[in-house]
Design a protein around this ligand. Structure first.
Ligand code: ADP
Ligand code: ASP
Ligand code: MG
Length: 814
């Protein structure tokens, strides 16, 4: 004998019920009991209609109509016309009784738990009857049996307790001389000794199947549902979750107790006692092997087998000086809750005994607060204990595994993973069996917490980085292209899975939680919603992904002003925008401080020398105890390009225009030519070397004529350059005469920095600097005479994009 249970989705409509029939038919070589749920969603509708009726809302009739329609339509689609009338007439007469019950609740304006159970029982009553008739019409040797005649309970309506002795006897008596091949029964419902309908708790059809399987000593209990087994985490929330091939009864029980609703927690106990295996299978993918639940131990030695969560939890904390060393406080506290039938899901008590904190269902919190406060009224009045504190909107997440007890450091890993992702932990508990470690967190953090923990414990190496990209001009679009090209390599080789979740330019923005396909982002962005900085940030926060990185490819101060807010929410910031690091020192210091405090990297390698690893090298020197004595550098790729190409045969303004066209300058070329850009870069290097310096402290003798410096747009600027062409030619000729080249040099020494055009003689490190290259000489205590030199392409959208990319990878390896 085997028992097969099909859940709500599996029997939601005629199409699915046909799949169920196929599965049952292929199993038909031995006797089977088929336990079914109500058609998907019907139990909720029944509860709704009952609630409306008892509130005397006539709207209950509409829901009742919907319930009727779904059943009648299913019958019409499943059964051949000639067998329809019998089934339709029986179902209609059942629905009439249901209607009468609801009318009763409506007239009295009240519903008792007993009536409520009677009403919801119709879901399974109807589905099981219809399915049995369908099986018969398809030629299966099938019968229908009313579960209420076999499963007997007490009268705790809503979640009745099973009388196993009586139930087992009734089941045995019935099945011992039962010949039908397939017996279809309703899940979820049972009856009291007086014969009234009772129910076994939401999700209880699994339990019905287990009770029957244990009673008849079935060979196996098959739970057919809408996912391919019990997963490492709820697959609806964690996309990377995988079905667990084999798990122990205890692990499965712990996971389902903490919210893995694929199996109703009480289901395990009856089959565990009899050593009957459970297999969880997918009705919609019957070939997938699913999950096998048995007594056998966790052979692979895996420590954490799954992660689950229960939502809708409230925390109740009792604390006060009067609790220390006074025996009996906990007893009174738990007694109050237990007398009110409030079940405690999680308990923590600080070792100081100063406080007790429990997690209970949020539905019970108001009642619990009132009861506890009144029980401790005497102590509260005398300030020995504070009025109880309630916190709502909480959830419990639990790591579960039989082998967890023999491994140290798992809780440390769990909490540091959560901490790194800015998930605040309100309470912690470790089950006495050491089979689970649970933490109470805010409901809004559940998705992020589950995904981060899943990544940490199951995806072993693959780490997901979630990018939010602001600015898709020259640099930004190259950056996106590089990600697209490198995505596979990074995943295969660096175990980094980079997903772009949000993109914005100044006009529109686009979000896609599953990751934006980088092939056609331009088109999708153009059709995106209206861009808005604040809304963009609000969405990043609301999505609340782990390893979120905000990437700024703009040159806008409006964007750099938002960094603090991102960092405070543990969202890393990668930027090629120099404004933040080169504005007031306090801003720079604050950003670095926030990055440390919230564990969210703030990286800006491309602020100096585009993709060259200048800042990273400097950081490594300092971190390893070196000290910077002097920096000499050519840091403007654009100025280097301009002075390398400017000569007698062309004009200065033409060369500037060419540099601009090739993407070597800022959108406003004056920022480069005036030296401001180089000032910002040497300022950043000086600051990164550990000095407190402001932009105004840097000396700048500009080579530009005053008139061009005062222009306010590019057109006027270029006109001014043309006007002073002779001056530029003179600069060039003087340098040639001195056998030198013109280089725009930045320097830092003894707390002072300066920038300016210099004639560089032959033989100097800077003399042969090609094209738009940059060079930096770091003179340090370890490199006092022969400086450490970093040299290479220092401007251009491609190298800048790859520098941003490198920062992203640094965060990935963090
Ligand atoms: P049925 O109606 O078949 O009884 P349920 O809706 O009760 O199905 O249970 C299946 C659902 O359980 C899945 O669709 C999934 O959303 C949820 N679930 C939660 N945690 C897990 C988990 N760890 N593994 C698989 N499913 C899970
Ligand atoms: N139909 C019931 C419910 O929705 C029982 C079940 O499906 O397991 O809770
Ligand atoms: Mg279920």
């Amino acid at each position: 004998m085997q028992v097969l249970k099909f859940g709500g989705t599996s029997v939601a409509n005629s199409k699915n019920i046909s799949l169920v029939k196929d599965i049952v038919a292929t199993n038909a070589d031995q006797q089977a009991i088929v336990v079914v749920s109500a058609l998907g969603g019907i139990t909720d509708l029944l509860l709704q209609t009952a609630a409306l009726a008892s509130d005397q809302h006539t709207a209950y009739k509409e829901i009742l109509k919907e319930i009727e329609d779904r059943h009648l339509q299913t019958i019409k689609e499943l059964l051949p016309i000639h067998s329809q009338s019998k089934v339709l007439s029986r179902v209609k007469s059942e629905l009439n009784i249901l209607e009468t019950l609801l009318e009763g609740a409506f007239l009295i304006g009240e519903i008792t738990p007993k009536l409520s159970d009677k009403i919801v029982s119709y879901g399974e009553l109807l589905s099981s009857y219809i399915i049995s008739e369908f099986f018969i019409s398809k030629g299966l040797n099938a019968t229908y049996k009313d579960s209420r005649e076999l499963i007997k309970t007490d009268t705790a309506y809503g979640k009745a307790l099973v009388d196993f002795e009586l139930t087992n006897r009734l089941c045995n008596d019935f099945f011992n001389d039962h010949t039908a091949n397939v017996t279809v029964m309703a899940g979820f419902i049972a009856s009291s000794k007086q014969g009234d309908s009772t129910t076994l708790g939401r999700g209880g059809s699994d339990f019905s199947a287990a009770i029957i399987a244990a009673a008849v000593n079935a060979e196996i209990l098959q739970i057919w549902t809408d996912v391919s087994g019990m997963y490492t985490a709820n697959p609806k929330i964690v996309k990377q979750a995988k079905a667990i091939p084999h798990i122990s009864y205890e692990e499965a029980m712990e996971l389902s107790h903490f919210g893995a609703k694929v199996l109703y927690a009480p289901t395990i106990q009856p089959v565990l006692t009899k050593g009957i295996s459970i297999v969880i299978k997918n009705t919609f993918e019957p070939e997938a092997s699913g999950t096998l639940i048995t007594q056998s131990k966790n052979e692979q030695g895996k420590t954490v087998r799954g992660i689950s969560h229960v939502g809708n939890i409230a925390l109740l904390s009792l604390e006060g000086p009067g609790m220390v060393g006074i025996p009996g406080i906990s007893k009174r506290f738990f007694e109050v809750l237990s007398l009110a039938e409030i079940s405690v899901v999680l308990i923590t008590q600080a070792s100081s005994e100063h406080s007790i904190c429990v997690g209970i269902s949020a539905l019970d919190i108001d009642k619990a607060v009132a009861l506890v406060n009144s029980a401790f009224e005497y102590e509260i009045e005398r300030n020995k204990i504070k009025p109880v504190i309630a916190e709502k909107d909480m959830a419990i997440i639990a790591l579960v595994g039989d082998n967890m007890k023999s491994h140290q450091g798992l809780s440390g890993k769990m909490f540091s993973t959560l901490g790194r992702n800015n998930v605040n932990i309100r309470a912690i508990a470790q089950g006495a069996s050491e089979r689970n470690i649970s933490a109470v967190i805010s409901e809004g953090d559940v998705k992020k917490a589950l995904n981060s923990l899943h990544e940490e414990f199951f995806e072993e190496n693959i780490k997901q980085l979630n990018l939010f990209v602001m600015g898709v001009g020259n640099v930004g679009s190259k950056f996106l292209r590089q990600i697209q090209q490198q995505k596979k390599y990074l995943k295969d080789n660096l175990k980094l899975n980079i997903r772009v979740i949000g993109i914005s330019n100044s006009r529109t923005m686009l979000f896609d939680e599953t990751g934006i396909t980088l092939k056609n982002w331009e088109e999708r962005l153009a059709n995106g919603e209206k861009a808005n900085q604040e809304e963009f940030m609000a969405r990043v926060k609301q999505l609340n992904y782990r390893n979120s990185i905000f990437v700024d490819n703009t040159a806008s101060s409006e964007v750099s002003d938002t960094y603090t807010n991102y960092l405070k929410n543990s969202i890393s910031v990668v930027t090629c925008n120099k404004i933040a690091c080169s504005s007031a020192y306090d801003t720079y210091r604050e950003l670095k401080h926030l990055a440390r405090e919230y564990g969210s990297p703030f990286l800006f390698e491309t602020n100096v020398g585009a993709g060259l690893p200048i800042i990273d090298t400097l950081k490594n020197l300092i971190a390893s105890g070196d000290k910077v004595l002097k920096i000499q550098a050519v840091l403007s790729g654009s100025l280097n390009f301009i002075f390398n190409n400017f000569n007698k045969t062309n004009t200065f303004s033409d060369i500037v225009e060419q540099a601009m066209a090739e993407g070597y300058t800022e959108p406003d070329p004056k920022i480069d030519l005036s030296g401001i850009d180089v000032m910002r870069k040497i300022l950043i290097l000086a600051r990164e070397s550990g000095n407190v310096l402001e932009l105004a402290d840097i000396e700048n003798q500009s080579f530009l004529p005053e008139e061009s410096l005062n222009t306010t747009n590019n057109e006027d600027f270029f006109q001014a350059l043309e006007k002073y062409e002779d001056d530029f030619q003179k600069l060039y000729n003087d340098a040639v005469a001195a056998d030198s080249k013109l280089k725009y040099v930045a320097q830092y020494e003894n707390g002072k920095a300066s920038v300016g055009l210099q004639q560089i003689p032959k033989g100097h490190d800077f003399y042969n600097l090609e094209g738009s290259d940059n060079i930096v000489l770091f003179y340090t205590e370890r490199y006092p005479n022969q400086p450490m030199i970093i040299k290479g392409a220092g401007a251009g959208a491609d190298v800048t994009a790859s520098g941003i990319f490198a920062d992203i990878i640094r965060i990935g390896n963090f």
